[in-house]
Design a binder for this molecule. Structure first.
Ligand code: ATP
Ligand code: MG
Length: 273
């Protein structure tokens, strides 16, 4: 919730301003304030401050990734006397890609009332990723646990250890046996996401799969664009996801019959009804 300027006393507002300045300073003091300066407009800072005052994060760390649409930061909070690592995904409002976002939002009944200004689309997108992750998590899938969203900020479980995210699937040097082990888990994810969470990922590729290097367990990330099965383009997105996966794994010697996999996923959905 944003501060209501009409009802908040100026004193309270001043206190809030001071807090934001303090937060801004803390951010500037940290290593990569240049990147951060771009992302952290005052409204984003206020949202971050709100989250920290509610205990969702205690300290913001360094940049994990600067993507096309969002920046990811490492953060920590104490939870039951233990330090918990978090990933903070901040979508940039001045987003060059928001037209593409619009296409994924139109047709999703959950977001039919969203106004189509740039800001509203990005905020809806943030909520959409939160809901998609929650839905996948509820279906028992291996995705980062989402904690909360505020404005253009999504707070979720950090997938990695000690500030270092697990490598993306594309960065691993896999032999055929390891690749087919991971492939089995990816196939299982596709089926269960479709059947149990009733979603299609929409941007599944070796970039959006992180892998625990010890156990070779894949964790699936970046679900902002995931759509429900009733979305007009869900079949097209599923085809594309499967093609990406097949292309990647075939390079490691795992042959994937894309048609068979597509039918397997769709059939699992039908069996379930
Ligand atoms: N929960 C997380 N835990 C650890 N690292 C994460 C997490 N989420 C994202 N990352 C890191 O940030 C990178 C980008 O995340 P993500 O794909 O969600 O954002 P994006 O905006 O789509 O970026 P891109 O445009 O590069 O695809 C990931 O590849 C990963 O390295
Ligand atoms: Mg990504």
């Amino acid at each position: 919730m944003m501060v209501d300027l009409d009802t908040t006393s100026s004193k309270k507002l001043k206190k809030f301003d001071d807090k934001i300045d303090e937060f801004r300073k803390r951010i500037k003091d940290s290593e990569d304030f240049k990147v951060k300066d771009e992302v952290f407009d005052t409204a984003t800072l206020m949202a971050l401050y709100k989250l920290s005052s509610k205990g969702y994060l205690d300290a913001l760390g360094g940049t994990v990734s600067t993507g096309k649409e969002a920046n990811i930061f490492h953060a920590v909070r104490t939870q039951d006397d233990e330090l918990q690592e978090l990933a903070i995904k901040i979508y940039r409002i001045s987003n060059s890609n928001f037209r593409a976002m619009q296409e994924y939002l139109i047709g999703d009944v959950r977001f039919r009332n969203v106004r189509h200004t740039k800001k509203d689309i990005v905020l809806a997108w943030t909520r959409k990723e939160f809901r998609n992750l929650s839905r996948a998590k509820e279906a028992g899938l291996n995705v980062p646990m989402p904690l909360i969203t505020n404005r253009n900020i999504l707070v979720m479980e950090f997938i990695g250890e000690e500030n270092i995210p697990f490598p993306q699937l594309r960065d691993l040097n896999l032999d055929t046996e390891q690749a087919s082990f991971i492939y089995e888990a990816v196939e299982d994810f596709l089926v269960r996401l479709y059947r149990d969470a009733q979603l299609v990922h929409g941007d599944l590729s070796e970039y959006n799969i992180l892998v625990d290097p010890d156990s070779l367990t894949p964790v699936f990330i970046d679900m902002g664009q995931s759509v429900t099965l009733d979305h007009l383009n869900s079949a097209e997105f599923l085809h594309r996801d499967i093609d990406n996966i097949a292309r990647f794994f075939s390079r490691s010697g795992v042959d994937v019959d894309t048609k068979e996999l597509y039918e397997k996923v769709i059939r699992s959905g039908l069996d379930h009804q």
